[in-house]
Write a protein that binds this ligand. Structure first.
Ligand SMILES: [Zn+2]
Length: 414
């Protein structure tokens, strides 16, 4: 099949005017000018998308489809701790069937907005085998042992057993305040053995900073009350604590080269101390960061330190987070929200944060997030007028996509 479009955005070099992509099976076999592609693939079926921009499908680097049904249920809280308590209260009313419905609704919504790959955290890995993901999904089991740290290994191993039915999976120790050091270490061990990915929430709120650095604040009080061992508090920042757990010398007083065994998608990094940038920079090769602009705004966190993190060499991606702290699952809306925060950043760089950068974070830079020979045929189309640069129009796009292909199959975006 040949797909022709007024503009083809490959992510390698400039967009191609009057371009085309040849697709065979689940892969892209060629991309270039329509005249060249149609000449070398004569007899192939041609799908002409007209004056639209054909793009690589978008990649959501962080979300929790479990909570799609909580859209609008929790008003912006006064504190992060208050939000945790509110979502726990909502979750008490949900059944496995509710979660399955929620995840399926989330997939459908993400698809409408042109997302063709999703890094999805689920607190219920046992449900994964009951769900047919319509798009490419990395399933991360979200793991918490705060109430029973003696069961860390058991919790990780049980999740891994249920996840192995998924094509792509990984592990998500929830955060250093809810997952023990042993749970983190077990996850890293399993990830190494199984070649799986890792993700975790880190330095999300000012209360997490107060807890680890100062042994105080509402999150500290709440977790102490439920019986968490607080002996790791009052010493260092959450980032330093996380690196210490990985056992690579995270303390600013003991600086040494940080070797991280496995790539990690670090989610949020909203609240950082000056020394954290240096610590992160020394392990930058293995770290990707996921920023969730609208969830960030909902909580009112400190301004995201994009420039410092980029300077430290980190691979920065965008995610939606869950609908318990966001309005919808549109990555176009995340790009626009990010652009509002950083209006001087070229729009093509923002677009890389939902294509090339997350493809690298998911360890698939050669087949995902771009349009090139042998890449997976995950493509979307959006109308553009040509009145300004293609990337500017793409970032400004605020509807559902008109056309979508996943794994070489044309889908109805719904
Ligand atoms: Zn999250």
């Amino acid at each position: 099949m040949i797909i022709r479009a007024g503009t083809v955005v490959t992510m390698d070099g400039l967009p191609i005017d009057n371009g085309a992509v040849a697709v065979s099976g689940s892969r892209i076999t060629n991309v270039g000018k329509f005249s060249e592609i149609s000449a070398t693939n004569s007899g192939e079926q041609i799908v002409d998308l007209g004056e639209q921009a054909l793009l690589p499908g978008l990649i959501n680097a962080h979300c929790h489809l479990d909570y799609t049904c909580l859209r609008g249920k929790i008003p912006p809280p006064k504190s992060f701790t208050e939000w945790i308590q509110a979502i726990n209260a909502e979750k008490a009313n949900l059944s496995p069937e509710n979660y399955i419905g929620s995840i399926n609704d989330g997939f459908a919504e993400a698809t409408r907005f042109g997302t063709t790959t999703i890094a999805n955290l689920t607190a219920f890995p046992e449900l994964v085998s009951r769900i047919q993901a319509p798009i490419r999904a990395w399933w991360f089991a979200e793991l918490i042992d705060v109430r029973d740290p003696s069961r860390a290994n058991e919790i990780v191993d049980a999740a891994v057993e249920t996840l192995k039915s998924a094509e792509h999976w990984g592990l998500a120790p929830h955060a250093p305040f809810t997952a023990s050091a042993n749970l983190y270490r077990r996850c890293e061990e399993v990830a190494r053995l199984e070649n799986a990915l890792l993700t975790t929430h880190l330095a999300e709120s000012s209360e997490e900073m107060s807890m680890f650095r100062d042994a105080s604040g509402t999150l500290y009080d709440f977790l102490k009350e439920i019986g968490r061992d607080m002996s790791d508090c009052g010493v260092q920042t959450p980032v330093a604590r996380f690196l210490e757990i990985l056992g690579r010398g995270g303390s600013p007083n003991r600086p040494r080269a940080i070797e991280v065994n496995r790539p990690y998608l670090l989610v949020h990094l909203n609240e950082l101390g000056e020394s954290d940038f240096d610590l992160l920079g020394r392990a930058a090769r293995k770290f990707s960061i996921v920023h969730c602009p609208r969830s960030h705004a909902y909580f009112g966190h400190s301004p995201f330190q994009f420039h410092k993190l980029r300077k430290a060499g980190l691979n920065i991606c965008l995610g939606t987070d869950s609908l318990a702290s966001n309005d919808d699952l549109s990555l176009f809306a995340e790009m626009r929200a990010f652009q509002k925060e950083f209006p001087k950043l070229p729009p093509d760089e923002i677009f890389r944060m939902v294509t090339l950068n997350p493809a690298l974070a998911l360890a698939k830079p050669h087949v995902l997030g771009r349009i090139g020979k042998n890449c997976w045929a995950d493509l979307i189309a959006v109308p553009i007028t040509g009145s300004t640069s293609a990337f500017e129009e793409i970032v400004a796009f605020d509807r559902v996509v008109s056309w979508l292909m996943i794994n070489g199959q044309v889908q109805n975006p719904g």
